[in-house]
Design a protein around this ligand. Sequence first.
Ligand SMILES: Cc1cc2nc3c(=O)[nH]c(=O)nc-3n(C[C@H](O)[C@H](O)[C@H](O)COP(=O)(O)OP(=O)(O)OC[C@H]3O[C@@H](n4cnc5c(N)ncnc54)[C@H](O)[C@@H]3O)c2cc1C
Length: 405
Amino acid sequence: MSKQTDIIISGGGVAGLCLALLCAQQGLKIAVIEPYPPKSAEITSRTVALMNSSLNIIKAVDGLWPKIESIATPMEQMRIIDISRAVKEPLRVEFPAHEIGLEQFGCNIPNVPLRYHLYELAKAHNNIEIYTGALSTYESDLHHAKVSLEDGSVLTAKLLVGADGRSSKVRLDAGVEVERFDYDQIAITCIINHSLAHENTSTEFHKPYGPLALVPLSDGHQSSVVWVENKERAEAILRMKKSEFEQALNDKSQGLLGAITLETGLESWPLSTMRAKRYVGERCALIAETLHVMSPVTAQGLNLSLRDVAALAEVLIDQARLGLDIGSDTCLKAYEKRRRLDINSRVMGVDHMNRAVSSQNKIVKDMRRIGLRTLETIPALKHFAMHVGLAPQMDQGRLMRGEGL
Ligand SMILES: Cc1cc2nc3c(=O)[nH]c(=O)nc-3n(C[C@H](O)[C@H](O)[C@H](O)COP(=O)(O)OP(=O)(O)OC[C@H]3O[C@@H](n4cnc5c(N)ncnc54)[C@H](O)[C@@H]3O)c2cc1C
């Protein structure tokens, strides 16, 4: 016999769990399917830089912020250093948050504890049931979504949400096509200790083959690193001994943070871009990396995903409050319409940015430097760029603004 619920969410990553908790808090009954539950809150090499509007969304999850506040490091200043040309003085532009009347742009948060605490909150919530396993099939009719798990259990709901990541089974079963392009790039991530304080500044070096980002962590002498190189160079870096890597990173970052030692091991992430052609199917909505995957340049991925979460939660709760069907075509189309412009513009914008930042072409390099110099010299333009980088002007829902659901 199948078990019935309001919403089934396939995928207990940060996006899926946030959506589960936001909807459960409003009284909807949720089933979360996740084959790999987090085992501990141990900090590994990956962190996410979340902008203020994304922090507003995760702060709307009851009980989450007190658990992660101590490991969320404010980013009070962004710095870009262009080292793409062999010139004595690299081009350097600083963007302090106070110049646009803010204390911080957002916070840098380690991924694993963020997901762990969301998972623990979901486990303890009366309106959420977690199924440890993988979704194997999804079918739908006019009134229900029906899913089978690999262990044979069957669940039905008014709506199925695909939050099962870039290789989504839900997206596949819903027949949603994607556009995808792979880059010849790998991101290497780790956490480092450094002798000079980071002063809550996040630095991005623009260099051939991809950016190098140093993002502050809560210990003032610790930062997370995202170092993008082409595959051949990245593989050589991954083969380095610890001391060789520390020296190479110190050289590449021009000694900006003083002497460097590795705190964690190195991890690597092949980079690609993907966007789905549709965001919904019959009795089914897609969110986060099931819809879009981007290069980590400018740190937009989870920020965009949390905006999907907020938009879907708002549309569903508005519908439920009116006593209407949360899986109806009208409801799903409203979600898709709301998200299309933000997703398309960010995915294409980040793709262009990644190509521009990594380009070896002299004209592109010169244009990039001229652009940075212009931002440096025209404050109004610089402040506009800071606002645009911070949050989209479209789809400003109530959760993003820090209002309740
Ligand atoms: C190097 C790097 C740096 C980044 N830095 C930033 C940053 O600074 N800021 C930012 O905003 N973003 C950043 N991102 C992007 C961000 O990390 C991702 O967008 C985010 O982690 C993806 O979360 P998610 O919940 O969408 O997907 P996932 O974490 O992939 O979650 C999907 C879940 O679905 C589960 N699943 C898979 N198959 C099934 C199935 N059949 N049934 C049920 N469940 C299933 C998986 O186990 C997984 O738990 C970065 C990405 C990279 C690679």
